[in-house]
Ligand binder design. Structure first.
Ligand code: SAH
Length: 434
């Protein structure tokens, strides 16, 4: 977003640019023909997004310089830990010690962590996940924007408030022009560089329309676009890539085929996974994960969800709570607890310590107003802000009382930056660390 840090290109080899800022080096895929060594750029999700004129970049870097090191210091202080002093269960410290040494944990060990109940032990798990996050990814934090452009949906997902179950909802569909306007504001007024375009499965927009929307935005403004339109077919995934989409946000919701098929009448998890796999092969960045707290879901299922997310070579993990919506068949199913979500975020970090971007979802913030800070201190390092115009966004009721739904973009940004600063994080998504 607008507060991201410009990087200097120090080498270009084929399509890979090596970038440096404040002594740190990253690499990013470059699709800008005129890019040269010495140029300053912004990158997001491992892609070079745009060139920044030198004087502008130098002035931004000058303002960042002190803050950047101050933030790193705060982050380092908050993420320090000493396992020897913890005085807790031996099995737990042995597992964490292993992880600290960079040894990949076994499934049984990850399950042991998901089964923890004692608040002190859980506290240690979260703290350790935060320690690993800092160790491997420093204080970098991704801040993406999301535009929810249609709440029409042809699917009957049992939990979802915009599904066909809900007959008591104001359906809306933004026009192409309204979508462009929202993207323009997000990119040019607020400085977002990565945008998710999301909708229900709305047959009004054919794949060709979706392609037109993606390519128009890409042509007009430099940005990274994540498509999140549901199952558009493998052909559709290919067409959207050609149109310029470089990311796919699609949760598999639950890796347990039985749980999945009960919640998604007429759907097969294989089809969703085929979309994710095809997208990865094409070069998409993948954002996926599942719902936590679904009826019939066990900790073994959650472990499998985390392992599946890792297997899918996911760029960003998205795990959030199931929240009951009164107009759905799951209206009376209680939501999970804050600790259930934190555990999943922390165990995801332990399962994929080096590369994972882990999102604190709006669903989690709806469950617990402190979720963002709690999640970021338990292994997570990404947030997504809603940049849908308010008059539409209030009707994107996948679950009730969505956090931030009546908050304007400016205020969301300010609150986010205040929080990030207070815990020493910087929105510095500059690609893959070298
Ligand atoms: N059509 C797109 C987007 C679906 S809505 C797709 O199929 O991927 C986006 C996400 O909202 C879903 O993936 C689901 O995980 C989440 N969601 C829907 N209903 C929810 C609920 N009641 N509680 C929590 N999350 C919910």
């Amino acid at each position: 977003m607008c507060y991201a840090i410009p990087g200097k290109v120090i080498e270009i080899k084929d399509k890979i640019a090596r970038i440096e800022y404040f002594g740190e080096q990253k690499q990013a895929i470059n699709e800008i023909d005129e890019l040269c060594v010495g140029d300053y750029i912004y990158a997001q999700g491992g892609y070079v997004i745009k060139l920044i004129p030198k004087p502008e970049a130098e002035s931004i870097l000058a303002t960042w310089k002190e803050t950047f090191f101050d933030l790193q210091e705060v982050d380092l202080r908050l993420s320090k830990m000493d396992l020897e002093e913890s005085g807790l269960d031996r099995k737990l410290t042995v597992i964490l010690d292993k992880a600290a040494e960079g040894i990949q944990l076994k499934e049984q060990e990850l399950l042991y962590l998901l089964n923890l109940k004692d608040p002190k032990e859980l506290g240690l798990l979260y703290k350790f996940a935060n320690f690993l996050r800092q160790k491997h990814l420093k204080n970098s934090c991704c801040v993406h924007g999301i535009i929810e452009f249609s709440n029409y949906c042809s699917q009957g997902c049992a939990y979802c408030g915009i599904s066909t179950h809900n007959k008591d909802i104001n359906r809306y569909r933004m026009t192409k022009e309204e979508i462009y306007q929202a993207a323009d504001i997000a990119i040019n007024k607020y400085g977002f560089q990565a945008l998710v375009l999301q909708s229900g499965e709305d047959s009004h927009y054919l794949v060709d329309d979706l392609c037109e929307i993606v390519s128009t935005i890409k042509k007009r403004w430099p940005c990274l676009i994540f498509a999140s339109f549901g199952e558009v077919g493998l052909d559709g995934i290919g067409k959207l890539y050609k149109a310029g989409a470089r990311g796919l946000l699609m949760r598999f919701e639950s890796s347990n085929p039985e749980v999945y098929s009960k919640l998604h009448p007429g759907r097969d998890i294989k089809s969703r996974l085929a979309h994710l796999e095809a997208a990865y092969k094409l070069g998409y960045l993948i954002i996926t994960g599942g719902l936590v707290g679904l009826p019939g879901q066990t900790n073994e299922d959650l472990l499998n969800d985390i392992l599946l997310t890792r297997r899918l070579k996911t760029e960003m993990y998205t795990f959030g709570p199931f929240l009951p919506h009164p107009m759905t068949p799951l209206a009376d199913t209680p939501p999970p607890l804050t600790k259930d979500i934190l555990k999943v975020l922390a165990v995801a970090r332990l399962a994929d310590p080096v590369n994972a971007k882990i999102l604190v979802t709006t669903g989690f913030e709806t469950l617990d107003p402190k979720a963002r800070e709690l999640g970021l201190m338990a292994g997570a390092n990404s947030v997504m802000l809603n940049v849908t115009p308010e008059k539409f966004s209030k009707n994107y009721t996948i679950y009730p009382n969505r956090a931030h739904s009546s908050e304007n973009i400016q205020s969301q940004i300010e609150t986010t930056l205040t929080l990030l600063r207070s815990i020493g994080r910087a929105p510095t998504d500059l690609g893959v660390a070298l």
